[in-house]
Write a protein that binds this ligand. Structure first.
Ligand code: G3P
Ligand code: MG
Length: 349
């Protein structure tokens, strides 16, 4: 135990390795905590044979709330304090785009939440589909705004307001209406909503906060998610214009997300635990081969020599199902997150 450093509170803590956790399908499913997750967190917080703490962060593709709000939910569900300093959601890296564009369309989520998230990131002028429908109700023949949406939506002069980029922050609650509005913008002259381009190649870029085709929720089988909307939008654009649409996705498995996670881990270990030694290993625990395992493996395979090993662990509590072959093979498969934590800690002994 002498070789183990101690954190600012005097508890033994490892400076050699850390964990990163996916959320849906690993810790939470359908809004409820996966029971082993509570125990797994206790083990990492020192309830283990060595009495040693292990640093960890959370990296989810989910979104639709501020990081602070999401951490409050997670703190309640996991029965411990989760800080925004150890948390990345799908749209977190989008904050770096706030400088680049002035007026943006933000799609997805409940009510005004995503507008608030975007404004919190520093986006200067945030338009929602509700604003466009309130300004011209004929935009979406089958979607009527609720009283609350009507009250919150803002009438704007879309004849002069140029939308420079489209951001899908969270899952759409109205695929038809949202796709109609995105399509109108993609086919417009320079992002002016009422116009039509002759060539359909002057519309704004579209960014998605992640690309998960399916995800794990309360239903026995996976449910379609944001990546499905992306596939649908690209197919719709092709069907209507005859052209290919290229959109951009953030989140896992993108390399940028794992670089962001690396920076977050460095800061978190230093600011909270007083550790500034480079990590040897990061155990990433996920349930989705296409995002969690693919991202971890590719990030690890392309890392510069001397950087931490990113070790992928796939659990069976979410998207991946026993008896199927994961498209991206993990380094280890465990039944659940508690087994993943025990495996990683055992490997480090
Ligand atoms: O919508 C969120 C979902 O696609 C995945 O979330 O936590 O499994 O990355 P997570
Ligand atoms: Mg997941």
């Amino acid at each position: 135990l002498k070789a183990i450093p101690h954190d600012k509170t005097g508890r033994a803590i490892t400076d050699r390795y850390a964990f990163a956790f996916d959320i849906d399908g690993v810790l939470i499913r359908g809004g409820r905590v996966i029971p082993e997750a509570i125990e797994a967190m206790k083990v990492l917080n020192g309830e283990n044979e060595l009495g040693m703490k292990v640093p960890y962060i959370f990296v989810t593709n989910g979104g639709g709330k501020t990081e602070e709000e999401r951490c409050n939910d997670l703190s309640r569900q996991l029965e411990l304090q989760v800080s925004p300093g150890q948390f990345i959601c799908g749209h977190t890296p989008m904050r770096e785009m706030a400088e680049k564009y002035n007026t943006v369309l933000v799609v997805g989520g409940v009510g005004e939440k995503c507008r608030q998230v975007a404004e919190g990131y520093g986006f200067k002028d945030v338009v929602t589909p509700g604003d466009i429908i309130k300004t011209n109700k004929d935009t979406t023949p089958f979607r009527k705004l609720t009283d609350e949406e009507w009250a919150n939506s803002r009438v704007r002069d879309f004849n002069t307001l140029k939308i420079e980029a489209i951001f899908v922050f969270a899952d759409s609650r109205d695929w038809a209406g949202d796709q109609q509005i995105i399509l109108d913008l993609l086919m417009s002259k320079n992002g002016l909503i009422g116009t039509r381009s002759a060539t359909f190649d002057e519309g704004p870029p579209v960014y998605f906060s992640h690309n998960d085709i399916v995800w794990s929720t309360a239903h026995d089988h996976t449910r379609i998610g944001m990546g499905a909307l992306r596939a649908s939008l690209e197919a719709l654009y092709k069907a209507v214009t005859g052209k290919e649409l290229t959109t951009i996705a953030f989140g896992k498995p993108q390399r940028g997300t794992f670089e962001f996670a690396t920076r977050l881990l460095r800061q978190w270990r230093e600011e909270t635990h007083g550790i500034n030694k480079a990590l040897d290993t990061v155990y990433f625990v996920g349930d989705t081969p296409e995002s969690d395992i693919r991202g971890t493996n590719e990030f690890n395979d392309h890392a510069a020599s001397g950087s931490a090993e990113w070790f992928s662990i796939l659990v069976k509590t979410g998207v991946f199902q026993e008896g199927t072959i994961p498209r991206f093979p993990p380094k280890k498969i465990t039944a659940n997150v508690l087994e993943a934590v025990k495996f990683g800690m055992q490997r480090e002994l």
